[in-house]
Design a binder for this molecule. Structure first.
Ligand code: PMV
Length: 323
């Protein structure tokens, strides 16, 4: 039996998480950590296993999930494909991922994108980017409730993007990071849901909109300046903007003592910018640093993280690698 195999990059938000949910822009990059979905045709009920986790179970022909509730997003993808007129077939799927879960690095959007590509290929269909984005984002709605779409855009299209909810990609930045500067991810290892901080921020912004609208505007302005800084190769300004963005995220209640410790340690060790990335209150910190400071920074944060490592931008989004 032939297997369809697809991979999808994870993502890191450089600017604009949370603010993007209420209409400000976000600047996001796909990263070189990947989720993989291997799918082959089989009978119903279909079987899904997520390697290295406890997540496993079956999906019946009428798209009910038996087993881990984390499989619901995959059932949603099947139901959307069905609503588009596809005749569904039973299958066996194995999902594996280098992207840690609940760490703000896009693991759910990436798994959904890789699954969608492999499953559609098994049915003999090649999804276009718009269809792939829609399927990944529909799965995200099951996982998080109220996604802006920024994660699904990053994993679908790859590269560095400026994204706006309900508009899509505003621009694609073709610049690569120079060898002199690097991005480091430091994962606090503190797992958290995306939906709770997103909900809390929406409630806060509703309550105090006359003040909060100014913070949202500032976050939006930071994207324009960040875009300019990346295009000009002005990393010092880029780092300063990351630090300011962190201040805004702190002000809306999504930082934490553990994240601040990682952020301050990395700044003291030579980072020019450090901020939480993703929903916050746990998850990861993104650090911009001169490349000759990487080892020093990783050494200074190792007390307080599950892992920390240099990452690179993935210029490509999700793709089929074998069929
Ligand atoms: O799921 P996370 O932690 O990568 O967060 C996604 C980014 C948010 O802005 C917090 C939510 C969203 O859908 O844009």
């Amino acid at each position: 039996m032939t297997k369809s195999i697809s991979i999808s990059p994870g993502k890191v938000i450089l600017f604009g998480e949370h603010f993007v949910v209420r209409g400000s822009k976000a600047l996001v990059a796909a990263i070189d950590l990947y989720a993989k979905a291997e799918i082959e045709e089989s009978s119903w009920p279909s079987e899904i296993i997520s390697e290295g986790t406890e997540i496993r179970g079956k999906i019946t022909a009428d798209l009910k999930v038996i087993g881990s509730k984390e499989l619901e997003p995959f059932a949603k993808i099947l139901s959307v494909l069905k609503s588009w007129g596809f005749q569904l077939s039973g299958f066996k799927a194995r999902i594996s991922s280098e992207i840690p879960m609940s760490a703000g690095l896009g693991s759910s959007a990436a798994s959904a994108a890789a699954f969608s590509l492999s499953y559609a290929n098994m049915l003999g269909y090649k999804l276009n980017d718009k269809e792939l984005f829609t399927l990944s984002n529909e799965a995200e709605k099951v996982t998080h409730g109220n996604p802006s779409g920024v994660d699904s855009a990053a994993v679908t299209y790859g590269g560095i993007l400026i994204f706006k909810k309900d508009v899509g990609i505003i621009s694609r930045l073709n610049t690569l990071f120079s060898d002199k500067y690097s991005l480091i991810i430091a994962d606090s290892g503190i797992k958290r849901s995306t939906s709770v901080p997103v909900r809390d921020v929406l409630i806060l912004s509703e309550k105090l909109w006359p003040a909060l609208s100014l913070i949202y505007d500032a976050a939006d302005k930071i994207i324009d300046l960040g875009n300019e800084a990346i295009s000009n190769g002005d990393y010092e300004t880029l780092g300063t903007l990351m630090n300011i963005n962190q201040g805004l995220l702190n002000s809306i209640g999504v930082s934490s003592i553990e994240l601040e410790e990682i952020i301050y340690r990395s700044r003291l060790a030579g980072a020019i910018g450090a901020k939480l990335t993703g929903a916050g209150r746990g998850g990861s910190v993104i650090i911009l640093a001169p490349s000759n400071k990487i080892e020093n920074i990783i050494d200074r944060v190792k007390c307080c993280v599950k892992w920390a490592s240099r990452i690179k931008i993935s210029q490509s989004g999700a793709r089929l690698i074998s069929s």
